[in-house]
Ligand binder design. Structure first.
Ligand code: NI
Length: 251
């Protein structure tokens, strides 16, 4: 199992990071990707990836605070992207629910980061909220990059739009265990482009709802997905592991 998206850089893991990571390894999690959302959390993600085997990082500026960022912040993200264990840019994208009302500022920040990551040929982890169509049209301009639609929460209609693009990957979080619509989308998610994640400490899956989520719980996502696809757990684990290694170049 691979957790392609967790926030072990979140303050909620400050006091027991060693234990959280050993629990994940004991549960059979082979790799975890710690995802940044601003400069500070990106630096922390890199630090954590340097400290543990099997732990990788991505770095990037989330749209939530798009108005705040300066060129210096972009330069900092570019420096971090150069690390071997940094496997991608993210999470980046558009958020029309929580992000600043100035959509153009969000788009600008998103596009400038895509232009930077292009030079390093690393994968992009997308955060999208109420902005599917705008993100979809922007990413088509970057056909040379691979994109992960993180914590996929859209309907079958959106999933169908992604199917023709070989460079688009779909990652399911705990939502697959408790949102019917997401389950429906998973039925048609391409097997060779589907990934699993926790988005911990958020979105704990059933049967852990209400608890702090952690990478070990990615098991429940793989389990749910295997049932939806009608596969044995082991088969589903292998498929999603192989996809994650391929898209992010994990060792
Ligand atoms: Ni996240």
């Amino acid at each position: 199992m691979i957790d392609t998206h967790c926030h072990l850089n979140d303050p909620k893991f400050e006091n027991d990071l060693d234990e959280v990571i050993s629990r994940a390894l004991d549960a059979g999690v082979r790799a975890m990707v710690v995802v940044g959302y601003d400069v500070r959390s990106s630096i922390r993600a890199v630090e954590i990836s340097q400290r543990y085997d099997g732990v990788y990082a991505t770095v990037g500026l989330h749209p939530y605070e798009a108005e705040r960022y300066k060129d210096d912040d972009l330069r900092e993200i570019e420096e971090l992207l150069k690390y071997e264990k940094v496997k991608g840019l993210g999470e980046v994208g558009l958020d029309y629910y929580r992000g600043p009302s100035d959509k153009n500022r969000q788009k600008e920040l998103f596009v400038s980061q895509l232009e930077i990551v292009r030079r390093y040929k690393k994968t992009v982890v997308l955060h999208i909220r109420e902005a599917f169509d705008d993100v979809f049209s922007i990413v088509q301009e970057f056909g040379d990059l691979k994109f992960i639609f993180h914590s996929f929460s859209f309907t079958k209609r959106e999933m169908e739009k992604l199917l023709p693009f070989e460079n688009f990957f779909i990652s399911f979080s705990g939502m697959i265990t408790f949102v019917k619509e997401v389950e429906e989308s998973a039925k048609i998610s391409p097997r060779d482009r589907t990934l699993t994640e926790t988005d911990s400490p958020y979105l704990a899956p059933i049967p852990m709802r209400g608890k702090r989520n952690e990478p070990a719980f990615v098991r429940f996502v793989v389990e749910r997905l295997s049932k939806i696809w009608g596969l044995e757990f082991e088969e589903c684990r292998e498929i999603t592991e192989e996809n994650a290694r391929r898209v992010m170049g994990l060792g």
